[in-house]
Design a protein around this ligand. Structure first.
Ligand code: ADE
Length: 251
């Protein structure tokens, strides 16, 4: 998979994505990340890429032409019209399901700055509008990095242990169960004995139950979803109903 990030701050994204697991995946050839500097496509001698908005208002806008030329350079290189995500608080909220974009061969992420980008070029090139949450950041670079990270870890081989991508928080709309490592006792807190039992089926059952408890406490909205979607088997539904009944009693 090849990411192409259209940005005014290429160093920021390349530094942020060049280390740790994503950096290693790039070095291993599992994915590529290029940052395309929109300023390289400025069409005036001052290399400026922004101007005042028509109609007045605060701040500056990124102009259409440099963004378009930078996009065209990518489209020419990959020999097709790639999917283009514009990172904006006005987009659909990014989620684990959207990370399925990992199936795309080429993905362009367009980062805005200042007060945004001239609408006309967005109309021409953008295929998806994505936000990473209901807050406003100074630019699209951090959201683009969030997307690259979340998408890349789903690419086979990026996590050394592929099973861990499957069994984590949000798989099945359940949060991940609590985990423990050595020592067996820390600050007077013992590791739950079942985890030391060696009984794999019981451990699995305990973990699923912990996931249900945790999701109920921390993300009741997700629990509603998984009650409807059928990801809980009969015994797990019963376990959940008993928990909810206990909550009722204590209310
Ligand atoms: N650009 C500025 N804020 C953003 C957000 N919350 N998500 C995506 N892009 C943004």
């Amino acid at each position: 998979m090849n990411f192409h990030i259209l940005t005014l701050f290429p160093d920021m994204v390349m530094q942020g994505l060049g280390t740790s697991i994503i950096g290693r995946a790039v070095n291993n050839g599992l994915l590529s990340i290029e940052a395309v500097n929109i300023r390289d496509y400025a069409f005036n001698k001052h290399q400026s890429v922004d101007d005042y908005p028509y109609g007045g208002g605060a701040g500056m806008l990124m102009q259409a032409e440099p963004v378009y030329q930078a996009y065209e350079a990518i489209a020419e290189k990959v020999k097709k019209k790639p999917r283009v995500v514009y990172l904006s608080p006005q987009g659909a909220t990014f989620s684990q399901t959207m990370a399925e974009l990992a199936k795309e061969e080429e993905l362009v992420l367009l980062c805005g700055h200042y007060e945004g980008i001239d609408e006309r070029v967005l109309e021409e090139i953008v295929t998806d509008y994505v936000s990473i949450g209901d807050y406003v950041l100074t630019g699209g670079e951090l959201p683009a990095m969030v997307m690259v990270d979340a998408i890349s870890r789903l690419i086979p081989g990026v996590l050394h242990n592929d099973v861990s991508a499957e069994f984590e928080s949000f798989q099945d709309d359940l949060l991940e169960y609590p985990q423990y490592s050595r020592p067996e006792e820390w600050h007077g807190k013992k590791v739950p004995p079942i985890l030391l039992s060696g009984h794999h089926a019981n451990i699995e059952k305990w973990r699923r139950e912990q996931s249900i408890i945790r999701t109920k406490e921390r993300r009741p909205d997700l629990l509603e979803k998984c009650m409807k979607s059928g990801v809980l088997d009969k015994k797990e539904m019963k376990f959940l109903q008993e928990l909810l009944a206990k909550d009722e009693e204590n209310a």
